[in-house]
Design a protein around this ligand. Structure first.
Ligand SMILES: C[S@@+](CC[C@H](N)C(=O)[O-])C[C@H]1O[C@@H](n2cnc3c(N)ncnc32)[C@H](O)[C@@H]1O
Length: 240
């Protein structure tokens, strides 16, 4: 009897895993994302305070900032900026002489960022732009470009990376912080949790954009965070 239940459970588990993994790819559409973020825009930044023994999203942001090494006066692009959770970290570093251009597909997320940081903090050197990251273009290049928790979500994320690279000055830094599938041995039995989470939060944590960064830039750096479920990576665009 026990034997039959075991085999039934195993087959059901494998089938559910396969469905979840398939759904992770087919469910990641711009329409679903826009609807998802519309509902969450006004309180989205509170997600940073989700306590999992640590605050992994805050650690990821701080690590990205340490690796980016922004300086006063820099011109920075934060794409898929959401409700502006990175803005305090960026503004503290670039100061009033710098310029932050922040883009997102969701107008609701941008409105929330505007209310919290442009109106709320009076930071007038922030320009908010509604744009699909896969299509973004700008008149002036940037000293630094970053994207946190965006590349696992943006449907055409490879195109977005191309656009980001294009608008970065030679010698400028490109930084990414995001979710990823953990490859640490003790997390392997929990793989189905990542599959389920991806479906629930409309993301694909199996993407590996850092491989592109490593192959295309100089001074590549990578940090594995929170048991391998998050990472921060930076790379410098080669001087021409
Ligand atoms: C998980 S949130 C991350 C927000 C923010 N970067 C952060 O670290 O809190 C993902 C963001 O990607 C945006 N997004 C989704 N598709 C996009 C696209 N094609 N172009 C630009 N932004 C997009 C969503 O609207 C959402 O604000």
């Amino acid at each position: 009897m026990f034997k039959r239940q075991f085999w039934f459970g195993l087959v059901a588990g494998l089938a559910l895993g396969a469905v979840l993994r398939q759904r992770r790819h087919t469910g990641l559409t711009q329409t679903r994302l826009d609807e998802y973020y519309r509902k969450r825009a006004s309180f989205y930044n509170l997600t940073d305070y989700l306590y999992l023994g640590q605050f992994p999203r805050i650690t990821m942001r701080e690590t990205v900032m340490d690796m980016l090494d922004l300086k006063p006066g820099m011109r920075v692009l934060d794409f898929a900026c959401g409700a502006g959770a990175n803005f305090p970290y960026i503004m503290e570093r670039i100061g009033t002489t710098g310029k932050l251009v922040a883009t997102d597909y969701s107008q609701d997320m941008l409105d929330s960022a505007h209310t919290q940081f442009v109106l709320g903090k009076g930071w007038t050197n922030i320009e908010l732009v509604q744009a699909d990251a896969a299509e973004m273009t700008f008149d002036e290049p940037f000293d630094a470009v970053l994207c946190t928790l965006g590349l696992a979500v943006i449907p055409r994320y490879e195109k977005a990376v191309d656009r980001a690279w294009e608008v970065l000055k030679p010698g400028g830094i490109f930084a990414v912080g995001d979710l990823k599938e953990s490859t640490r041995w003790y997390t392997l039995p929990l793989r189905f949790i990542t599959d389920l989470m991806d479906v629930m939060i409309i993301a694909d944590s199996t993407r590996r954009p850092w491989e592109w960064m490593q192959a295309n830039g100089d001074n590549y750096q990578f940090r594995d965070l929170f048991h391998g479920y998050f990472y921060a990576a930076t790379v410098q665009k080669p001087q021409v």
